[in-house]
Design a protein. Structure first.
Length: 237
């Protein structure tokens, strides 16, 4: 594959994700979800899930939002695999926002990578930034879980924070394993061979890689969320 083709493919993928996210955001603004945090989850995850997220939102997300007006068990009428997928996307939205913020922070303030261990612990700056990604993703993921679990259970701040950590810590870790693993494969084994270098944060190729990495994160986090929801550790979205 030529670098020109890769560049064009990256732009096309990002435009598709942006279009899908815009459609979802417009519909969510018109028909808000009863669980407020899902108003952010659906558009954010459409950025990488593209047409699959778009289909999932209109097939299951809109229905769930309506049914919550009638009951506190919004997903009871949905297949369990769908419930798990929504719980996984809920985790992934926080991870994605955290990863995006961390990447741009490290790009704008390069010394941050040094603080995270570049040159002292990591030979590659990229590795230090991935660690920063994981920290930001974990923090934002816990915030997202807190915003979901506290209204459901009516918990205090302290109890809500502990419940959020218990519900999503393993899920967040499993998501980041898939995300970082995929970024490593794409950057070193694909982009490295096509262009002879790694894609920088300010290129479409990098964010195309991040789209793929988020899909990989969903795949690795899905079975973990299945177990967490099945055992009642994590609430169904």
């Amino acid at each position: 594959m030529s670098t020109v083709l890769l560049h064009r493919m990256s732009i096309a993928a990002l435009l598709l994700g942006s279009a899908c996210a815009t459609v979802v955001a417009v519909d969510v603004a018109r028909r808000p979800q009863k669980m407020a945090v899902m108003n952010v989850v659906w558009p954010v995850t459409a950025l990488f899930g593209t047409v699959l997220s778009l289909w999932g939102y209109f097939r299951y997300g809109v229905d769930a939002g309506r049914s919550q007006a009638r009951a506190h068990a919004p997903t009871g009428h949905q297949p369990f695999p769908v419930i798990v997928a929504k719980g996984t996307l809920h985790c992934g939205a926080g991870c994605m926002i955290g990863d995006v913020l961390a990447e741009w922070l490290a790009f704008a303030v390069p010394v941050v990578a040094i603080w995270m261990g570049w040159q002292r612990v990591f030979a590659q700056e990229m590795f230090a930034v991935w660690l920063l990604d994981s920290v930001f993703a974990f923090l934002l993921g816990i915030v997202f879980q807190y915003l979901a679990i506290v209204p459901m259970r009516g918990l205090s701040f302290g109890k809500g924070l502990l419940a959020a950590l218990k519900a999503d810590a393993l899920s967040l870790a499993s998501w980041q394993v898939g995300m970082v693993g995929c970024m490593a494969v794409v950057q070193f084994c694909w982009f490295g061979r096509v262009s002879g270098t790694h894609a920088a944060v300010d290129t479409p190729e990098f964010w195309f890689a991040m789209q793929l990495a988020m899909v990989a994160g969903f795949v690795t986090a899905y079975p973990v969320n299945w177990w967490l929801i099945r055992t009642g550790i994590k609430e169904a979205m």
